[in-house]
Design a protein around this ligand. Structure first.
Ligand SMILES: Nc1ncnc2c1ncn2[C@@H]1O[C@H](COP(=O)(O)OP(=O)(O)OP(=O)(O)O)[C@@H](O)[C@H]1O
Ligand SMILES: [Mg+2]
Length: 193
């Protein structure tokens, strides 16, 4: 199963969610590998130096492949658009990672459209709310209503803004404990469903 984390917008947490989900699946003893499609290579660096998760190039028989993708994109540029169309066509799960603020959410619309146009009929596309602050006006909005705006349903599990998730990029899975860890495990299982 190929799971891609996407958003045209930068900094929403694609790589962070990718490394968290990869860690949760690895800790459940699933054969998981990383396919880093971001030329910056941050997730490849993390996989080799922090997470000890194999890259797909070293573990081609992996059953679950976590695909990280670049942000800060101009999807109107043909080369970039074509690359994403190819990627969307080969993924089984398309996870559109977004924050809840109006401006961040607005930035997710072009990728949502591209996903709906090119995903395989058997693939599933889902919205994942990340960096949620449930005690703010923005965080209290209905996730269902926001998801309806892009016509892609939201995963039941979302991730709050939490220092453990920020730390995981330098300290790894061991820094994610208790409730924070349970949330990621539940999220990973929901994505696999
Ligand atoms: N749920 C979260 N709680 C706290 N910090 C988070 C969370 N998700 C992401 N971050 C932090 O937000 C920043 C941006 O995250 P990340 O690099 O994963 O975004 P990205 O979408 O991959 O960005 P880019 O488009 O540049 O690749 C990082 O500092 C990361 O640690
Ligand atoms: Mg990234």
């Amino acid at each position: 199963m190929h799971i891609a984390f996407l958003n045209q917008k930068g900094g929403v947490g694609k790589s962070t969610v990718a490394l968290l989900v990869a860690s949760a699946l690895k800790s459940a003893s699933l054969p998981v590998a990383i396919d880093d499609q971001d030329p910056q290579g941050s997730l490849s660096w993390w996989a080799q130096n922090v997470g000890q998760v194999p890259l797909m190039s070293n573990f081609p028989e992996a059953e679950v492949v976590i695909i990280d993708t670049p942000g800060h994109l101009d999807l109107d540029k043909k080369g970039i658009r074509d690359k994403f169309v190819d990627l969307i066509k080969r993924a089984d799960r398309l996870i559109l990672v977004t924050e809840m603020s109006p401006m961040a959410f607005h930035g997710t619309i072009p990728m949502a459209e591209l996903i709906k146009e090119y995903k395989r009929p058997s693939a599933k596309s889902k919205l994942l709310f990340n960096k949620v602050r449930s005690n703010t006006i923005v965080g209290k909005q209905s996730q269902k209503a926001l998801a309806a705006q892009v016509n892609i349903s939201a995963l039941t599990n979302f991730l709050p803004l939490a220092s453990a998730y920020d730390l995981a990029s330098s300290l790894g899975w061991k820094s994610v404990v208790g409730k924070d860890r349970a949330r990621v495990v539940n999220l990973a299982m929901e994505i696999l469903k």
